[in-house]
Design a binder for this molecule. Structure first.
Ligand SMILES: Cc1cc2nc3c(=O)[nH]c(=O)nc-3n(C[C@H](O)[C@H](O)[C@H](O)COP(=O)(O)OP(=O)(O)OC[C@H]3O[C@@H](n4cnc5c(N)ncnc54)[C@H](O)[C@@H]3O)c2cc1C
Length: 412
């Protein structure tokens, strides 16, 4: 078993670090103080990421996908520097569907996708359906050649600035469907939400009132049509053998888990790495302050109680990172353990990041609480992690259910 990055993964991590330090870090303080970024500010960030090949067009995705560990590295490194930018890019994943959309949508949106100017969001949570998303009330009912959508979604990352929303709703039979809603063609209302951390990240509520969404925007049929039709060769190259895809481990995972649980396996392992990223930033700050700050005639780093704090912070950060990469790898390999592992990692690492950020403030004494230093932001940003993509309590219940078996679900 090898716990080290390959040479090319190490180089990737170094180049992404350099990019983040040079191009992104200088924007953080001002934007975090100003509040949620507007569309132009968000697009400017996306354009900067485009320069290093981060995007949802086929070429960028296949470059990143050639070694999926690079995606996990991105999650960790982006959160280390700026969670708001990470959310903007990560939750834009519905933009990838433009590649397999109808000719009409592709014609309109592909040029913008290629310039990395499409912002996406993923909407499942509702005011009455948070942890219990089966209580969802949003409906998408057939109406001629459209779905008529009614309902409210809340706490949706990117909602105020998004062009495309991957919406989860109930159809007229009460079955769950996924629709790609294009805001310009199928208008809906949005209002912003303010929050403790990730202050620059636009988050909001979405109100669908008789919103008409073309039938062809049903995500499952969109993906099925692309995977069986001629577009597959266009997307994956003329040498690609379609039976490879049908027999792939990923196809099997899609067949054995509900689609939202496949999405969650990736989101949750990504969140564990996000937590490791914030924890690392807080730990680095604590180590360098412990070397410099002198009390009682010596650096505080020479005090045993400070070293104990650093030990605890290091243990939590390393454990979070290892669990995060382990869970991500299981998800990439469509391993049956992926659901359990991603919940275990998310639950552990997000709570750990809160502890690490809090101890980093303690090491800094009074200035740890000042907004002149990033420590209070690390703490606020870490505190955000334990709620989205399933609260810590829900991760514990998922692990319990996966360990004990179906009959033991504590939340069904
Ligand atoms: C910053 C942020 C970004 C988000 N982004 C998105 C997004 O992009 N898309 C999206 O769809 N959603 C998003 N969410 C929503 C998020 O997924 C929900 O907030 C989360 O699932 C919890 O739902 P809730 O807030 O309604 O809390 P509730 O479900 O009401 O939970 C309240 C409390 O009860 C506990 N609880 C609930 N059920 C149980 C149980 N069975 N046993 C024990 N304890 C329980 C919870 O753990 C929690 O402590 C985001 C949330 C935040 C804060």
């Amino acid at each position: 078993m090898d716990f080290t990055f390959t040479e090319s993964q190490r180089m990737f991590r170094e180049s992404i670090r350099e990019f983040l330090e040079k191009e992104i870090a200088p924007l953080v303080d001002e934007q975090e103080k100003k509040g949620p970024m507007d569309r132009d500010e968000a697009l400017e960030i996306m354009r900067r990421f485009r320069k290093i090949g981060v995007g949802f067009d086929v070429e960028s995705m296949s470059d990143m996908g050639s070694d999926p560990t690079c995606i996990a590295i991105m999650a960790e490194e982006m959160f280390r520097v700026w969670p708001a930018a990470a959310g903007l890019i990560g939750l834009s994943f519905p933009a990838a569907l433009i590649n397999v959309a109808s000719d009409d949508m592709r014609e309109r949106l592909l040029p913008r996708l290629l310039r990395n100017e499409i912002i996406g969001c993923y909407a499942i949570t509702e005011p009455e359906a948070g942890s219990d998303n089966r209580a969802m009330r949003t409906t998408a009912v057939l109406d001629g050649d459209c779905y008529r959508v009614n309902g409210t979604k809340t706490w949706i990352t990117n909602a105020p600035v998004a062009d495309l929303c991957m919406l989860v709703a109930n159809d007229e039979k009460g079955e769950r469907i996924f629709l790609l809603v294009e805001r310009e063609k199928s208008p809906y209302e949005v209002s912003g939400l303010h929050k403790l951390g990730w202050r620059a990240a636009p988050t909001g509520e979405i109100f669908f009132q008789d919103c008409l969404v073309p039938l062809e925007n049903n995500v499952m049929s969109m993906v099925a049509a692309a995977m069986t039709g001629p577009r597959l060769k266009e997307l994956l190259g003329s040498d690609f053998d379609p039976s490879r895809l049908a027999n792939s481990r990923f196809a099997k995972m899609m067949g054995s888990l509900a689609p939202e649980n496949v999405i969650f396996a990736f989101l949750r392992s990504g969140m564990a790495l996000a937590a490791a990223g914030i924890a690392q930033a807080a730990l680095d700050a604590a180590v360098s302050y412990a070397r410099e700050r002198k009390q009682f005639g010596k650096p505080i780093g020479r005090m045993q109680l400070i070293q104990e704090k650093l030990y605890n912070m290091q243990a939590l950060t390393v454990a979070s990172r290892l669990m995060g990469y382990w869970a991500f790898q299981l998800a990439v390999n469509a391993d049956p353990q992926a659901r359990m592992a991603s919940s275990l990692a998310k639950g552990f690492a997000c709570e750990a990041a809160v502890q690490v950020a809090s101890e980093a403030i303690q090491v800094h004494g009074g200035i740890g609480l000042s907004d002149e230093y990033p420590l209070e932001r690390y703490f606020r940003d870490a505190r955000m992690l334990t709620i989205p993509d399933g609260t810590t309590e829900i991760q514990k219940l998922v692990v319990g259910r996966e360990l004990l078996g179906k009959g033991f679900s504590a939340y069904a």
